[in-house]
Design a protein around this ligand. Structure first.
Ligand SMILES: [Zn+2]
Length: 291
């Protein structure tokens, strides 16, 4: 098992891919943009890639597919449709229509997106045997419907994909993301005893279980912070448009095509649960305030 630490330590748009080699085959997990810039895994391994497994389908986890058009790809059924065409992937983000053409061009040119309608589905509990080591699928939805962690044994490596343990906190802002599923997936990962915990982005690898637990708890706490920030801001009645403009996810200077869509989706999910808990009330169809 080799972590192919990405350019700039795997900071977005780069990421850390994983290579699992056994007696029978070599599996490449999440072929990042760095793999493309290196021209393949050749600088890291003399093995050939026999199959590719994806934690989920997002622009930064699939660029390297462009180098391996004939290699079989595995992905959870929940994300498989997003890999079938660039239009399908664009629709995942829930962008306003006017932002879609530029983002489509970026997926094709900056992220080398290559459609793979032939990708095969794997599911919770499925095992890929490479000969001497196994990769077990742990379905951890929330970030995307089909997001999976991959548990590599006997090495004891839990690959976390985009349960990325960064200060940004969990991202559940796509059209089909789910805050409640993400919370459940964090709880699930907390129960898995591993020797190494590997994230796709710049937090990289945790070799101490207590460090991992501390980082995971801090990561999950961002959800409570977002709840608290909304409750505080809603001491004055606000519309959804005002909440989106205020921003609860991204800092004010961030200029990405999906910011407004991501804020809207994130805030809506928090509002729903705060209303359900009785912490916030809708005083008009599009105006909320803290109780
Ligand atoms: Zn992602």
């Amino acid at each position: 098992m080799t972590v192919l630490t990405g350019i700039e330590g795997g900071t977005y748009p780069h990421g850390n891919s994983i290579l699992v080699s056994g007696a029978d085959q070599t599996v490449l997990i999440d072929p990042s943009l760095s793999i493309v810039e290196w021209g393949g895994i050749g600088t890291h391994s003399s093995r050939t890639v026999d199959s590719i497994a994806l934690s989920h389908v997002h622009e930064d986890h699939v660029p390297g597919l462009s180098l391996y058009p004939d290699v079989p790809v595995w992905v959870h059924e929940g994300d498989r449709a997003a890999l079938a065409s660039v239009e399908a992937l664009v629709s995942v983000y829930g962008l306003p229509a006017e932002a879609e053409p530029a983002f489509t061009r970026s997926l094709l040119h900056d992220y080398h997106f290559t459609a793979r309608p032939d990708a095969q589905p794997f599911a919770e509990g499925d095992v890929i045997d490479v000969g001497g080591s196994t990769i077990t699928v742990v379905h951890t939805p929330g970030h995307t419907p089909g997001h999976c962690c991959l548990f590599i044994e006997p090495e004891g490596v839990l690959y976390l994909g985009d349960i990325e343990l960064t200060g940004f906190g969990p991202y559940y802002a796509d059209r089909e993301s789910s805050l409640s599923d993400f919370e459940a997936s964090i709880a699930r990962c907390r129960e898995i005893e591993a020797e190494w915990y590997v994230t796709f982005h710049h937090k990289g690898t945790y070799t101490d279980r207590q460090d991992f637990i501390t980082a995971l708890d801090a990561f999950g706490a961002a959800i409570d912070r977002r709840d608290a920030a909304l409750v505080e801001f809603l001491r004055e009645p606000r519309t959804l448009g005002e909440l989106v403009e205020h921003r609860f996810l991204y800092r004010p200077h961030v200029d990405l095509p999906w910011v407004d869509a991501a804020e809207t989706r994130t805030i809506t999910q928090h509002l729903d649960r705060l209303v359900e808990r009785g912490a916030v009330v809708a005083i008009e169809p599009d105006r909320w305030r803290t109780v």
